[in-house]
Write a protein that binds this ligand. Structure first.
Ligand code: ADP
Ligand code: MG
Length: 442
């Protein structure tokens, strides 16, 4: 239901090793015990790994953050003066995004303090959205401390918006699935209005995540935001070409909705309206009938001011064709033909090709890993998440799983001396898990 909030579950902490460990570390850190716990999952669109936070509201106005992983140092700040540092996106800034998002939503200026201990097992900067899991978890922590209620959809929208305080112009997919996920079913996420539809995955196959071990922090690099800007510019040029009011248009999907045509038709419009040679800022200005000054001040973001070439045709082609593949994937799942695994795999392969050649968000290691996965029995394999490193997801027939895992392990990880520490969870089967929720000790 659209109005439903995240679940609250009473549990015996002693029966859950990870929560028990968190409770003990919390106690040695803050000298007290947590009042409640919140978990929020990452994504592959299929989820298991999560972010877990133990929380104790306190009377002072101090927010104290600690992490079970010594790589992430303690942090403390006044709850009334939240500063998010975009120039150096240290871990606590992601927590502050969720915290600030909820605070602002309710128009609160005076927040109560809290002690929080964070424990995450999502491989970071690997396309499984550890960042959004942390933002969403912090948002739900803050909501719970305030004693307020919001629906999962509202929470997803607030957290999608507030993660942008870190400087990444993300959509809202990661935050949506973190709240709206349900155990046992994949979800198709659609926007305006935000909604999630069940997609039944084939029973004879599993999805395997493999980490390329190339990390890419999305807030510390500009690739991601350059792609967002290229899509925005492509949307404006397409809107102008079709005589729509282009200045308000921000997303490619809006052009399609405005025109009321299918994705396939939108791909034809893209062929007519855009050329495959890269656009210079000057040419974009000419197409839109604006000055360079207007382009810089009214359209380009701070970190895309100096970009000299924009590949508008390629980015638009990728986005519309990828959206079409998502719908085809759902349709194939519904029809469940005999060769379903083969067909879904083929779509995933097309998707990787488009990411690599048209969106240019792959990297040599990802391309190599995808090839290895296909060679050892995956009918389909692709990068997942933002790209430029991180993980692949492969569809593997269930009976081929043991040999697939052994062979990929050998071919990608052992042969190249890449670190395969168990905590990196570099190669694992994933199933659709549940969304964010609150645990209270029984
Ligand atoms: P992802 O693809 O995982 O979302 P991002 O580059 O967007 O990658 O975000 C990664 C950042 O999220 C890390 O650099 C770190 O600041 C934060 N992060 C991830 N996992 C944790 C964790 N367990 N504890 C604290 N911060 C984390
Ligand atoms: Mg992220």
């Amino acid at each position: 239901m659209a109005t439903e909030g995240p679940a609250r579950r009473r549990i015996q902490v002693a029966e859950h090793p990870r929560l028990l460990k968190l409770k003990e570390i919390f106690n040695s850190k803050f000298g007290s015990i947590p009042k409640f716990y919140v978990r929020a999952p990452g994504r592959v669109n299929i989820i298991e790994q999560d972010m877990l936070i133990a929380v104790e509201p306190v009377k002072t106005h101090t927010l104290q953050l600690a992490n079970t992983n010594p790589l992430y140092p303690d942090f403390s700040t006044s709850a009334n003066n939240i500063q998010i540092d975009r120039t150096n996106p240290l871990w606590h800034n992601y927590f502050l995004c969720g915290f600030k998002g909820i605070q602002e939503h309710f128009g609160l200026s005076n927040l109560t303090g809290m002690n929080c201990l964070v424990d995450g097992n999502i491989p970071p900067s690997s396309g499984l959205s550890s960042s959004s899991a942390l933002v969403c978890c912090a948002g739900l922590v803050t909501l719970t401390v305030l004693g307020m209620n919001l629906s999962k959809v509202e929470l997803a929208e607030i957290c999608a918006k507030s993660e942008r305080y870190i400087g990444t112009e993300g959509g809202g997919m990661d935050q949506s699935i973190s709240f709206l996920a349900e155990e046992g079913t994949a979800k198709l996420i659609e926007f305006s209005p935000l909604r999630a539809t069940d997609v039944k995955l084939p029973s004879g196959a599993v999805f395997v995540i493999a980490n390329s071990c190339v990390e890419m922090n999305k807030a510390a690099t500009s690739h991601f935001n350059v792609r967002v800007m290229e899509c925005r510019l492509a949307a404006k040029l397409l809107a102008k070409y079709k005589s729509l009011q282009w200045d308000k248009v921000l997303r490619l999907e809006e052009v399609q909705t405005e025109l009321g045509i299918s994705l396939e038709e939108m791909l034809l419009v893209t062929e007519d309206a855009l050329h495959s040679e890269p656009y210079s800022p000057e040419e974009i200005c000419k197409c839109l009938g604006i000055s360079l000054e207007e382009l810089r001040t009214q359209i380009l973001s701070p970190n895309t001011q100096d970009v000299l070439i924009f590949k508008l045709y390629q980015r638009a082609k990728h986005v519309y064709s990828e959206a079409a593949r998502v719908l085809q994937f759902k349709k194939i799942c519904e029809e469940a033909p005999d060769n379903i695994v083969q067909l879904l795999g083929e779509l995933m392969n097309q998707s990787h090709k488009s990411c690599r050649d048209m969106y240019e968000c792959s990297c040599p290691e990802l391309d190599q890993l995808v090839d290895i996965c296909r060679k050892f029995g995956a009918p389909g394999s692709r990068l997942t998440g933002a790209g430029w490193g991180g993980c692949t997801v492969s569809i593997v027939p269930a009976d081929k799983l043991p040999s697939f895992l052994a062979n990929v392990q050998e071919a990608y990880y052992q042969r190249s001396n890449r670190s395969l520490a168990p905590e990196k969870q570099s190669l694992f089967v994933t199933k659709p898990g549940g969304g964010a929720l609150v645990f209270l000790e029984a």
